[in-house]
Design a protein around this ligand. Structure first.
Ligand SMILES: [Zn+2]
Length: 118
């Protein structure tokens, strides 16, 4: 794993699942819509280079702390939409907030918006 680098030593308590150097790596940004809200969260935005494996992990309640918690609370989720993009694109979507506006399950017009992520 030569690309697994910095960040590990400085945050020993955290599990760094992905390498920090993957900024420009192309993958899939995905939006999950929860069957019901958990506290203030009703969506999860993530990035992966293997969506199928990632969704399988999430369905078992692993891969992301929030999904682990909602799974334990008996909440299910659907894959609402995906984009081709990078981690930067994922961050842009997260920082923008208001996932319901870009979620086609919540907002039928969502597919007309936020087309340009990169
Ligand atoms: Zn939604």
């Amino acid at each position: 794993m030569p690309s697994l680098s910095r960040g590990l030593a400085s945050s020993p308590g955290k599990i760094v699942a992905q390498q920090n150097t993957g900024e420009a790596m192309k993958g899939t940004i995905y939006l999950l819509h929860f069957s019901k809200p958990y506290k203030h969260a009703s969506h999860y935005t993530g990035f992966t280079t293997n969506l199928k494996a990632r969704l399988e992990a999430h369905s078992k309640g692993t891969g992301a702390r929030l999904l682990e918690v909602i799974t334990q609370a008996g909440i299910t989720f659907n894959l609402a939409r995906t984009w081709k993009g990078t981690r930067k694109g994922e961050r842009r979507i997260k920082n923008r907030g208001g996932a319901a506006r870009i979620c086609p399950v919540c907002n039928p017009q969502a597919m007309n918006r936020a087309k340009a992520i990169n």
